[in-house]
Design a binder for this molecule. Structure first.
Ligand SMILES: *Cc1c(COP(=O)(O)O)cnc(C)c1O
Length: 372
């Protein structure tokens, strides 16, 4: 069986280095916000090409902290997409703001900048003013940042990039997460950069903003036991930071391996007259997911399962259709119709660096038999 994701294989591939980092941290006697966390933040910021990075508890908190750090909360609205992890929308409400969900460009599955412009020029009635937009770099490649940044700048709207599926991806030579005011990253075990537990990190060039968010993640403490602001508790622990420092050193190689696997899948799909996933011009795709569209998805998924190939669906229900959000969350004029169509048809093939060439050949052959 080739599972859809395999974080255990990611650990075993780096076992000696990770075990040494864990042992070193356990022996240090310091487990929260110490040298490992600080070193990870510095190494991550340097790798990304950002001025500062701040670790936190998970990717959802990274988004909520980014919003709070920018002063966005109650009495304000934030635009994002419905075709995303529910976490993106949950974070907006955690910060106390009101989400407005717009549709995707169905080719790249990312925020439609034309509808964004429409919503910013003519906000849906009954909503507080829109103060931020959160484009999601879904599946491993960039949203249309040139257009999004331009329209947001015109309206004085802050841009937070949700990079939780795009560690290492770039657009026009710049890494995602360095284009907006803040870039946020989940470090959940299956992400391209994954901890062995929960973790998150955000990046910004603004030193003052980074310091403010660094305080917000720990009760608003500027110094110990003195809260300047009302904060939360969302810290990246030392064990995860030590593990992430190891994993960060192997991230570029892991992304290259994902790209090589994607090239094999491309060829197999072209032979079947099925379109491989579109790449945004000027961008590099790091294939957090390799997503195809299949009309009879459940049948195709069952055929692949019989062949021993696990697949995923990201995501089967758009956020505005989920019980917790439907009938109350504000939508843009396109009513998220492309998101609903995508949710019915998307299918994610296994793609992670530890897949062997033999595994990839097995998947390619199964695609030939199952998706023809
Ligand atoms: C994984 C993910 C998140 C949430 O991250 P957690 O670490 O699980 O909180 C947010 N946004 C996107 C696009 C994600 O893929």
């Amino acid at each position: 069986m080739i599972p859809a994701a395999n974080p255990g294989a990611g650990y075993r591939a780096l076992k000696a280095e990770i075990d040494a980092a864990v042992a070193r941290t356990l022996e240090s006697g310091w487990y929260i916000l110490g040298q490992e966390g600080k070193a990870f933040e510095q190494e991550f910021a340097a790798w990304l090409g950002a001025g500062h990075a701040v670790g936190c508890g998970n990717g959802t908190d990274a988004l909520a902290l980014a919003l709070r750090g920018l002063g966005i909360g109650p009495g304000m609205a934030v635009v994002t997409v419905s075709h995303t992890a529910v976490a993106t929308v949950a974070a907006i409400e955690m910060a106390g703001a009101v989400p407005v969900l717009i549709d995707i460009d169905p080719l790249h599955y990312t925020m439609d900048p034309v509808e964004l412009a429409e919503v910013l020029a003519h906000p849906p009635s009954g909503l507080p003013p829109i103060h931020a937009a959160i484009p999601v770099h879904l599946y491993g490649q960039a949203a249309d940042m040139e257009a999004i940044l331009a329209v947001c700048a015109r309206h004085g709207v802050a841009v937070i990039e949700d990079c939780s599926q795009a560690h290492g991806a770039s657009l026009n030579g710049k890494k995602l997460g360095t284009l907006g005011a803040i870039g946020t990253f989940s470090l959940y075990p299956t992400k391209n950069l994954g901890a062995l537990g929960d973790g998150g990190v955000l990046a910004t060039d603004d030193a003052e903003l980074a310091a403010r968010i660094g305080a917000l993640r720990q009760y608003g403490w500027r110094t110990h036991y003195v809260s300047d602001a009302v904060g939360v508790n969302s810290r990246l622990d030392e064990l995860q930071a030590a593990i992430l420092r190891v994993k960060l050193r192997h991230l570029d190689a892991g992304n290259a391996r994902r790209q090589a696997i994607a090239a094999h899948y491309d060829a197999a799909l072209s032979d079947n007259a099925m379109a491989p996933p579109a790449r945004r011009p000027g961008g590099t795709h790091v294939f957090h997911q390799y997503v195809v569209r299949v009309a009879e998805r459940e049948a195709a998924q069952a055929r692949l399962r019989k062949e021993g190939i696990g697949t995923g669906i990201h995501y089967p229900v758009p956020v505005h259709r989920q019980p917790a959000y439907r009938d109350r969350v504000a939508l843009g004029p396109a009513r998220c119709r492309a998101s609903e169509a995508a949710a019915r048809e998307v299918l994610s093939l296994p793609i992670y660096p530890e897949l062997t060439d033999l595994d990839v050949t097995g998947v390619v052959e199964a695609i030939g038999r199952s998706l023809a």
